[in-house]
Design a protein around this ligand. Structure first.
Ligand code: SF4
Length: 94
């Protein structure tokens, strides 16, 4: 079972932006990698996800949410897991 202790208490206002996401109704497999996906397959899938994010009206809210909750998987706000980790590292140096 996933550890959800890092998540804030659920409030409708924190999630309302999701109703406007360009990914709404799309296959979540575009945004979340299957087990053992690597190399060109991963790069291609992430590029497709980022193309959706590029035309999304709530990119900033999505990215902020993913950074705030330390979302460990998927493309959120047009950024991959590794890109978000880098943003957090720069914002919070050791
Ligand atoms: S920024 Fe990307 S992942 Fe976030 S809601 Fe928009 S389309 Fe979905």
């Amino acid at each position: 079972m996933a550890d959800v202790s890092r998540l804030p208490a659920p409030r409708a206002s924190d999630w309302e932006w999701q109703l406007h996401g360009a990914c709404r109704g799309l296959d979540s497999a575009t945004f979340f990698h299957p087990e053992n996906e690597r190399g060109p397959s991963r790069a291609r899938r992430e590029r497709m996800a980022k193309e959706v994010c590029a035309r999304c009206p709530v990119t900033e809210a999505c990215l902020n949410w993913a950074l705030q909750t330390r979302e460990p998987y998927g493309v959120w706000g047009g950024r991959s897991t590794e890109e978000r980790a880098q943003l957090i590292k720069v914002a919070e140096p050791a």
